[in-house]
Design a protein around this ligand. Structure first.
Ligand code: ZN
Length: 456
């Protein structure tokens, strides 16, 4: 597996991820996705939405506002308790999370015993709604998308005539004013989440919790093509913490969050160690009950068949899109030797690859070849993400496309178009990224051959 610097450098060089506001020196914990990054990210979101909404009959989507009535965050407990212990070094004035300090020495200046007593630092980003900046106008940028689902539970259930068990899925930005950010896009202050709240009858939640653990683990393996020794599940229960998968002894005891009966954390083996990429929480009726209490509005579900009224329990698979981008890059990055030269290849699975096909003219000084390559590019564009590149020699163009995970290169050469060429065949070469195998295909058939390969 590559180290973090290799991935960060690839991301900047090839237009996946840039430092946010880079020309002003950046701003900690904010990143901008470039042309290839936004494609990869959209492909990951599409894969999630397909698996969670389109392919199932029991989940529907919403897209709630980022700024909500501040009472939402009072009910959820975020205003009161969403905080980390903050300490400051009295010599260098750097700030740290007390629970992440390994010793009493300052990680910045090295002085010992210079830390202040910890105080609770709330991670909510505050803003004001309307023209008056007083306390009554305070609002928060959402720290999770889940609450936008909970407050719409009955709206969705009734408008869509849903019966429990059913789920509501959402993809959207969230914001946390983390004390310490780091590991590139792993821990950001602005990030994107994909969360699904699955509403079930109380008493059936344990079965659903296991169901969603298996579903989500299978999604990660399949979507990212993750090898077995890079992914595992951490089981966090009140009675203890255990691991399903590799390195079972490498785990510290944790308590589930206050709203949860238990968590399954899916972890990926990053260069910085095993880290969470998705949490599957058994949230009980904690959130709906809290909103019912503070709003004074009933959030009970009425079961037509059994004539029972109850507040459903909730099982929540929740993941970060940015972390998924990182997993996709780490898992697919490979360096290999080809004819004594280093080849970097991003073996992204087909649905995730930002560019599906690159059309390359073998000789850019031959107008007929260039014209045919451009014509082919235009013909392919409506069907798949296609680029045209004539800015270097063919070997170099192949290497560039391999490095960004482009699945196929189509090369137009003399034989393809020059009727006076002795070997004229009216065909082009399709080169496959992983095997580097090349086949000759008549120009008129290129589109269908590629579409077939992409759907295989
Ligand atoms: Zn210090």
């Amino acid at each position: 597996m590559p180290d973090m610097d290799t991935i960060v450098s690839l991301c900047k060089r090839r237009g996946f991820v840039f430092q946010g506001s880079e020309i002003y020196g950046g701003i900690g914990g904010f990143w901008d996705y470039g042309p290839l990054g936004v494609e990869l990210k959209n492909n990951i979101k599409r894969a999630w939405w397909k698996a969670m909404v389109q392919d199932r009959g029991d989940i529907v989507g919403v897209d709630a506002a980022i700024i909500m009535n501040p009472n939402v965050w009072r009910a959820s407990g975020h205003v009161e308790t969403f905080s980390d212990p903050l300490v400051e070094c009295k010599s260098c004035h750097h700030r740290f999370r007390a629970d992440q300090l390994k010793s009493d020495a300052c990680p910045n200046c090295g002085n010992k015993g210079t830390m202040t007593e910890p105080r609770q630092f709330n991670l909510l980003f505050k803003t004001h709604v309307g023209p008056v900046e007083d306390d009554a106008a305070v609002a928060y940028l959402r720290p999770e998308t889940a609450q936008g689902i909970f407050v719409n539970f009955l709206n969705v259930q009734q408008s869509m005539r849903r019966k429990v068990p059913f789920g509501i899925a959402q993809v959207g930005r969230s914001f946390r004013n983390e004390i310490i950010t780091g590991n590139f896009i792993f821990r950001d202050r602005e990030f994107e989440q994909m969360e699904m709240e699955f509403f079930v009858k109380p008493g059936t939640e344990d079965g659903w919790h296991d169901h969603w653990r298996d579903e989500r683990l299978a999604w990660w393996r399949k979507t990212m093509n993750i090898t077995d020794d890079h992914i595992r599940v951490k089981v966090i229960r009140r009675e203890g913490t255990t691991i399903i998968g590799p390195d079972p002894h490498d785990v510290e005891t944790e308590k589930p969050p206050h709203y949860s009966k238990g968590n399954y954390d899916i972890e990926y083996k990053f260069p910085m160690g095993w880290s969470e990429i998705e949490g599957i929480a058994s949230r009980t009726d904690y959130d709906l009950t809290a909103h019912q209490k503070l709003s004074g509005k009933s959030l009970e579900y009425f079961d037509d068949e059994t004539k029972e009224k109850y507040i459903p329990y909730v099982v929540e698979p929740a993941m970060g899109v940015d972390r998924a981008v990182l997993v996709a890059l780490f898992e697919s990055y490979q360096e290999e030797k080809v004819r004594d030269e280093k080849r970097v290849v991003l073996r992204l699975p087909k649905p995730l690859a930002p560019i599906k096909v690159a059309v390359l003219p073998l000789a850019r000084n031959r107008p007929e070849i260039v014209a045919k390559a451009e014509e082919l590019t235009v013909a392919l564009r409506p069907h798949m993400m296609t680029v045209y590149d004539d800015s270097a020699a063919i070997g170099r163009l192949y290497r560039r496309q391999d490095e960004i995970g482009t699945l196929y290169c189509v090369t137009v050469d003399h034989q393809s178009v020059l009727a006076d060429d002795a070997k004229y065949d009216g065909k082009v070469t399709i080169r496959e990224r992983d095997s580097m195998e090349q086949i000759r295909v008549p120009i008129a058939e290129v589109k269908n051959v590629l579409l077939e390969k992409l759907s295989a």
